[in-house]
Design a binder for this molecule. Structure first.
Ligand code: GUN
Length: 287
């Protein structure tokens, strides 16, 4: 078997076009331009690349994009003051603080300070708790993208065995909750899990989000499984590798995401979608 390659670039482009339509609708109906503020502290090169893409794609969708760049040695108080300003700013409907923050800054305090209604990363405890409770919530963009990619090959995930490898707040934990909401049977594995190959062998859906190049071996994959690779590991050569041994996994899977061009493009598309959702909710509340 050779797997169908799930085209994240094309699926993300379709999603961005739908977001642009929704932005036009909100503008027309409510005279409101959705706005996204991105805060970048320091100058981590990978984060710089993401932030530039976010800026470009936000504007391309017809939304306002506000970039706030702070020096790596900014004080906690200054950062908290910026968040407070963005919370009050009526032109800002979504706030994203690029992670990881430089050492010395308290990430938890920053996330807790974001207005949950503007928390387009879905990281605030109110949104994370609502998601875990099965209530409507703004949810993290990468796991939302993973669900859409999976549904591009399986309209329903009901009753399927899923394994999520990785338990981060940005990906693994929210993905577990989103999969439960889809009625999948979910195993969450991590660096301390025993017998990972055996756990993978029964999975119809494999989500790899560990941040280690090709850690998930091709022969762990159950024939016919769908493999979603969240990893982006840049090699010394400059080549990008996923968390899955792609060529060998593609021999067994029915469908697999490539790296690059799989999950990556979906993350920003979902960020735009969350921002449009937050703006539409604000327009409905009329405040
Ligand atoms: N760094 C890498 N991915 C993300 C993300 O989705 N959100 C934030 N805030 N930071 C990130």
């Amino acid at each position: 078997m050779t797997a169908h390659i799930i085209d994240g670039k094309a699926i993300a482009a379709g999603l961005r076009a739908r977001v642009a339509d929704e932005v036009a609708r909100v503008k027309h109906a409510h005279g409101l331009t959705p706005g996204l503020a991105v805060v970048l502290v320091g100058n981590d090169p990978a984060s710089e690349v993401y932030v530039r893409s976010k800026h470009r794609e936000t504007q391309a969708a017809g939304m306002a994009s506000f970039e706030h760049r702070l020096a790596a040695d900014v004080s906690q108080d200054e950062l908290m003051a910026l968040i407070a300003r963005l919370n009050r700013d009526a032109g800002v409907h979504g706030i994203l603080v690029q992670l990881p923050l430089p050492k010395g800054l308290n990430t938890e305090a920053v996330i807790n300070a974001i207005d949950p209604a503007k928390d387009v990363d879905g990281l605030h405890p109110q949104n994370a708790g609502r998601l875990a409770g099965g209530f409507a919530a703004l949810s993290p963009c990468t796991p939302l993208g993973c669900i859409i990619l999976t549904k591009s090959v399986h309209a329903s995930l009901e009753g399927l065995n899923a394994i999520v490898i990785g338990r981060s707040n940005l990906v693994g934990r929210p993905l577990l909750q989103l999969l439960l909401n889809e009625n999948a049977t979910v195993t969450i594995a991590h660096s301390r899990s025993r017998e990972l190959p055996k756990l993978c062998a029964r999975a119809d859906l494999v989500y790899a989000a560990v941040g280690k190049a090709e850690m998930v071996r091709g022969d762990w994959i159950k024939p016919g499984a769908v493999v979603i690779d969240v990893g982006i590991n840049r090699q010394a050569s400059g080549k990008l590798l996923g968390d899955v041994e792609f060529a060998a996994a593609a021999e067994r899977a029915s469908a697999i995401t490539p790296v690059p061009g799989g999950v990556g493009p979906m993350t920003i598309a979902m960020l735009l979608a969350n921002t449009a959702t937050a703006a539409a909710a604000r327009a409905r509340r009329g405040s």
